[in-house]
Design a protein around this ligand. Structure first.
Ligand SMILES: *Cc1c(COP(=O)(O)O)cnc(C)c1O
Length: 393
């Protein structure tokens, strides 16, 4: 017996259960089509909602900035790694989101790890949606606060938990995903914000899949619901619709100032590089210039979802361009994904632990980069594989 045998056994168990994730390698730029494992395939996997990941304006901005300012920030932000571009990006993000201030992080994941432990600690309580993203869950755990999970998108359950628990703690935080990444449903933020107001609790929303997608010109979930000034903390990412990388926390200036003092991933980990920051600024320029890409994203999503339903697929409860095709068993989802790949369509199977056991699915990510013809090719492949595997008639 070697001391790593147990790991090998765990891996074999995952393989036997159809839960082993074989990671494919992309050999081309991101876009509607990709070269994957040597094959040109239709891309239904990326979070590249607006097609910005390989947009010429963004590539140019990154190039120019690298020529002028180099690449690495060379230190953590609080020592000598804050460059003019980082500061400019934060100003522009705050304007774009319509908030007092913003701070950026290496990723959406670290934004959650920074924000939550800075706002609540051991004597406090967090009310967290049961289906919140892993980075929210990890941020909650790191904080040391008591975590109380309420039923998914269930405002009654949230209020019951608050009534039963709030008075035993010093302070409290309500935290929810804005758009839930596996089902594509949207948090009932107006009702949640009413409750936060009623009980005087800090409210935080993670808008990773709403940034660049929801609201006017992609300004996010708070804009979508017209809740400006009523959500204390908005977390976001620039790795999805913005097509780059980096995390955001946006909100009241006092909270942002506090994160510059107490956000551990800000204090102890270097920032995104110069080309990343310049590329994010170019993404904001594009979003502020025109709503065309966001409009195209939504018209593509509506078309694809309606056609999938017409074919007889169950697309769950999605209200956004995230389109889950519910299949149930992980093995069926994996087989479906393999068959699609043979048909030239790259769409990932998602199973436990990313979603609950028995709720495996293919998740299709629609993008503004898809042409009508691309969507039709995808629909044809889904129809063919669905009939072959007995999912539809
Ligand atoms: C994708 C995602 C993140 C992580 O964002 P990264 O920038 O890729 O680290 C965080 N929260 C939610 C809800 C997400 O969907």
């Amino acid at each position: 017996m070697s001391k790593t045998d147990w790991i090998q056994q765990e891996i074999e168990t995952l393989q036997a259960q159809g839960l082993y994730n074989r990671i494919r390698t992309i050999e081309s730029p991101q876009g509607a089509w990709l070269v994957v494992d040597g094959r040109r395939v239709l891309n239904f996997c990326s979070n590249n909602y607006l097609g910005l990941a390989n947009h010429p304006d963004i590539v140019n901005a990154a190039k120019k900035s690298a020529e002028a300012l180099g690449i690495g920030p060379a230190a953590v932000r609080s020592i000598a790694g804050t460059m003019t571009l980082h500061v400019e990006l934060e100003k522009r993000l705050a304007q774009f989101k319509g908030v007092e201030a913003a701070i950026t992080f290496q990723s959406g994941f670290t934004a959650n790890l920074a924000a939550i432990p800075a706002l609540v600690g051991k004597e406090d309580v967090i009310f967290s949606d049961k289906l919140n993203h892993a980075s929210i869950i990890d941020g909650c755990r790191l904080s040391g606060a008591k975590i109380i999970a309420y039923e998914h998108n269930d405002v009654k359950s949230l209020e019951e938990q608050i009534k039963a628990n709030l008075n035993q703690y010093r302070r409290a935080l309500i935290v929810t995903d804005g758009v839930f990444s596996m089902d594509g449903d949207i948090a009932p933020l107006p009702d949640i914000s009413e409750i936060a107001k009623k009980y005087d609790i800090l409210l935080m929303v993670d808008d990773a899949h709403g940034e660049g997608v929801l609201g006017k010109g992609g300004r996010g979930i708070v804009d979508h619901f017209g809740l400006h000034g009523q959500v204390d903390v908005e977390v976001g990412t620039m790795s999805k619709a913005f097509g780059v990388v980096g995390g955001i926390v946006a909100g009241k200036s006092v909270i942002i100032e506090w994160l510059r003092q107490r956000g551990r991933p800000f204090l102890f980990s270097s920032a995104v590089t110069v080309p990343d920051a310049a590329a994010c600024l170019a993404a904001i320029d594009l979003l502020e210039d025109s709503t065309q890409l966001v409009d195209k994203l939504w018209s593509n999503a509506k078309y694809f979802k309606a056609e999938m339903k017409r074919l007889g697929f169950n697309t769950g409860v999605s209200e956004t361009p995230i389109t889950p095709i519910m299949l149930g068993e992980a093995k069926l989802a994996q087989e479906f994904s393999r068959e699609l790949f043979d048909e030239g369509v790259f769409a990932m199977a998602i199973g436990y632990p990313t979603v609950a056991q028995g709720r495996a699915r293919i998740r299709v990510m629609i993008s503004a980069a898809h042409l009508q013809d691309d969507l039709n090719k995808g629909l044809e492949a889904f129809g063919k594989v669905g009939r072959k595997l007995g999912v539809i008639q």
